[in-house]
Ligand binder design. Structure first.
Ligand SMILES: *Cc1c(COP(=O)(O)O)cnc(C)c1O
Length: 369
């Protein structure tokens, strides 16, 4: 018997979420963002689920190459562009589109020998201050690229720092619009949060949107909105089983550091799954979990390969705790109940992105429809 921990990848939910994002920005083309091993889902599974996307946006050449090997002949975008002049050879060979955000990348392009002119995404730093040209330097960069025989199309791009929050995107949209006013070319501005929250704002969902986390069924602005509020379904279910049950007496303690003390006699479950699988050690006592279809919580510390759970709610439901009962750490439970990954992340002091990406290689991933 293999260890009973696995991640189910829901291809039907991926298709559904892609359709949801399309409906928010019906005139835009959609990049399915598949960096970080498709937010922990596996590139091949994401490719299967998002086949109806207009293109795939990724971080590095391995991912881009992987997409070509899977048979994708449409657009592939490198979100941070080339890290080295030699990367341009691969871009030419595989027909990759790439972001240009600083001068060394233009220098490399101008020295690159190619028969196939490139489609580049010129990135503006409109206020996030990570990557891109300042608005006042953007036009000069565009003119330089536009004069290169190695370049045939330039899409104008920026990225929002606060699309999910109170500050919003208006200040960045205004800067971008002003600095690009009479420049030709497509535009690409919005991530998940901007698409879901601000798509009605002029220019925001122009030409190409770049949703990531929402395609994987998490809400980009939890807890203000739940994933279900945005009509998104979980694409990743981390499932396990109880491998042991203990009967605690009042005053008994649990696990390393004895951080949980039983307030009364209670059954305790031990589930396969620990921080070496991608559960967070920061998410001990209080983190929600589903056991046998019943919502309960982790108690004590998360250890490397195991986690301990409070089984009193099962007793309340008339169930008999026993090894083999199904456990869902997040996503869809076999009972049909859903434990949103956003809630689990919040209980561990983080965001769904980190949980999704953090599944470790020893967790098998099984695509299901
Ligand atoms: C990761 C990324 C996205 C996707 O962001 P989500 O918040 O996951 O939708 C979009 N654009 C760029 C440039 C990114 O790096």
């Amino acid at each position: 018997m293999p260890r009973p921990l696995q991640a189910l990848i829901h291809l039907d939910a991926m298709r559904h979420n892609l359709a949801t994002l399309r409906a928010r920005a019906p005139d835009a083309r959609v990049w399915a963002v598949v960096k970080a091993n498709a937010y922990g889902h596996g590139l091949a599974h994401a490719f299967e689920g998002f086949r109806a996307a207009d293109g795939f946006a990724c971080l590095n050449l391995e991912e881009a190459q992987g997409l070509r090997e899977l048979g994708w002949r449409g657009p592939v975008l490198l979100l941070e562009g080339c890290f080295d002049a030699r990367d341009l050879e691969v871009c030419s060979r595989l027909g990759l589109w790439h972001v240009v955000h600083h001068d060394a990348q233009i220098d490399a392009l101008s020295a690159h020998k190619t028969q196939v002119p490139h489609h580049v995404f010129l990135k503006m730093n409109s206020g996030m201050n990570r990557l891109g040209y300042a608005p006042e330097r953007f036009r000069a960069a565009w003119a330089r690229l536009n004069a290169l025989p190695q370049v045939d199309e330039i899409t104008l791009m920026t990225h929002f720092s606060d699309a999910d929050g109170e500050r919003g995107i208006a200040h960045q949209v205004a800067r971008f619009a002003q600095a690009t006013e009479d420049l030709p070319g497509d535009r690409s501005l919005s991530n998940s949060a901007a698409t879901l929250r601000h798509a009605q704002q002029a220019g925001v969902s122009a030409d190409w949107i770049r949703p990531g986390v929402s395609l994987y069924g998490a809400s980009p602005d939890h807890p203000e909105h739940r994933a279900s509020d945005w009509n998104l379904r979980p694409t990743q279910s981390l499932r396990s089983e109880l491998i042991a049950v203990q009967a605690l007496q009042a005053g008994d303690t649990v696990g390393y550091g004895s951080s949980f003390t039983a307030p009364e006699a209670m059954p305790l479950g031990v589930a396969a799954g620990g921080y070496a699988d991608g559960l967070l050690r920061a998410g001990g006592t209080g983190t929600p979990v589903i056991v046998a279809g019943v919502r309960t919580q982790i108690v004590g510390r998360v250890s490397m390969d195991m986690v301990t759970v409070d089984l009193r709610p099962l007793i309340d439901q008339g169930l008999t705790p026993a090894p083999g009962l199904p456990v869902t750490f997040w996503g869809q439970d076999p009972s049909g109940a859903v434990l949103p990954i956003d809630e689990v992340a919040q209980a561990s002091g983080t965001i769904a992105y980190e949980l999704m990406c953090g599944l470790t290689p020893r967790v098998p991933k099984h695509p299901v429809n």
